[in-house]
Design a protein around this ligand. Structure first.
Ligand code: KG4
Ligand code: ZN
Length: 345
């Protein structure tokens, strides 16, 4: 039995978890900073790293206590070293290095996106969860605040990038449109909520013209929403909108057009590459409409993690670390953060 302590501090969640054999979540502690950043309408990097410094020690301690494991029971310490905010990543990486060095444990560096992918291998209850015997090749749609990528996986730890966004990430588009519509941060859940009251066909946002078959683009939709808002009158200096702006219709039409693009490209790629399943990962995979439309349109099973594994957490880092551990990967004591780390070069 291999137990790994995993640490994740790449953005605005301070998280630690203990994972057994890459599948069993013995503990999963997440201290979110959402309330703090909501005041600023987005993540305030300097505040994020300060909060990580304050919470990392109690969060790690709680993860070990909840899992009822001692340092001697651990096989390794894993940590996210990129991509993410530099000041935030540094806190986790230094904590992991200190623990590993002090306790004589191997250190494993994990790419945050690899973590989102491996959330599907955790054995957890819930709607949409993958079976224990996922068969390669698999198609992964990563949709988060910083990334939108279609990845083909022919084996563990092997990634082929089929396409990515040419401009904004899908989560970023949700956040920007939510800010424009004065819905608050983070934008995804707010837009999803208010869109239920709107008509998704009230506005027609043209499909972006993208040459690459599996590439995405969301900035055009965002600009189209801005133009539609402006057609009802000028935006006030504090972002105030005319009372006539049909916010639920705009949110629903925006969401419809983002999901239409995500689903049509993913389904086409799944057919082209003959995958056995589609795995949706990252914060936007929390979106119920995305899950539903993908499931309806795809000809292979579609999986998504339970809500608590969709957004940032350390359990997924521990799951990925297990496969890296088995493959013999070990980081040196010179492990450094890589804020722009790519999954595939
Ligand atoms: O993976 P994540 O927690 O952090 C990053 O690694 O970026 O993703 C955060 C993103 C945010 O942009 C947030 O608005 C979006 O995920 N998100 C959603 C939903 N819940 C979170 N987007 C659409 N619908 C949701 N229900
Ligand atoms: Zn993430």
């Amino acid at each position: 039995m291999t137990k790994i302590l995993a640490i994740e501090t790449s953005c605005d969640e301070t998280a630690a978890a203990v994972i057994q054999d890459g599948r069993q979540v013995l503990s999963n502690v997440v201290a979110t900073q959402i309330e703090l950043h909501a005041k600023y309408g987005g993540v305030f990097p300097e505040m994020a790293s300060r909060m990580h410094v304050e919470t990392i020690v109690p969060v790690v301690r709680e993860a070990l206590e909840k899992a009822a494991v001692a340092y001697d029971d651990l096989a390794a310490v894993a940590v996210t070293y990129g991509p993410g905010l530099p000041g935030s990543l540094l806190v986790g990486v230094n904590m992991a290095k200190g623990l590993a060095l002090g306790r004589g444990l191997p250190l494993i560096g994990i790419n945050h996106l690899e973590g989102h992918i491996y959330s599907h291998w955790l054995r957890v209850e819930g709607d949409g969860r993958a079976s224990d015997d996922l068969q390669f090749p698999l198609l992964i749609l990563i949709v988060s605040g910083g990334h939108t990528e279609l990845i083909l996986m022919r084996d563990h730890l092997q990634y082929e990038k089929l396409g990515a966004t040419l401009d904004d990430a899908s989560g970023e588009a949700y956040d920007k449109v939510a800010r424009l519509l004065q819905l608050g941060y983070p934008g995804g859940p707010q837009i999803e909520k208010i869109a239920v009251e709107g008509n998704p066909h009230a506005f027609r946002f043209n499909k972006p013209k993208v040459d690459d078959e599996f590439a995405f683009s969301f900035s055009g939709i965002k600009t189209a929403v801005l133009r539609a808002v402006q057609s009802y009158g000028p935006i006030g200096p504090d972002g105030a909108l005319s009372a006539r702006v049909p916010i639920p219709d705009l949110a629903a039409s925006f969401q419809h057009s983002v999901i239409d693009q995500l689903v049509s490209k993913t389904v086409a790629a799944a057919e082209r590459y003959g995958v056995t399943a589609i795995l949706i990962s990252g914060g936007v995979s929390a979106n119920k409409l995305l899950r539903y439309v993908m499931k309806t349109k795809a000809s292979v099973p579609v999986h998504w993690p339970p809500l608590w594994l969709c957004t940032d957490n350390a359990a997924m880092i521990g799951a990925a670390a297990h496969y890296r551990f088995l493959a013999g990967h070990r980081a040196g004591w010179d492990l450094d953060i890589d804020p722009n780390l790519k999954l595939v070069d």
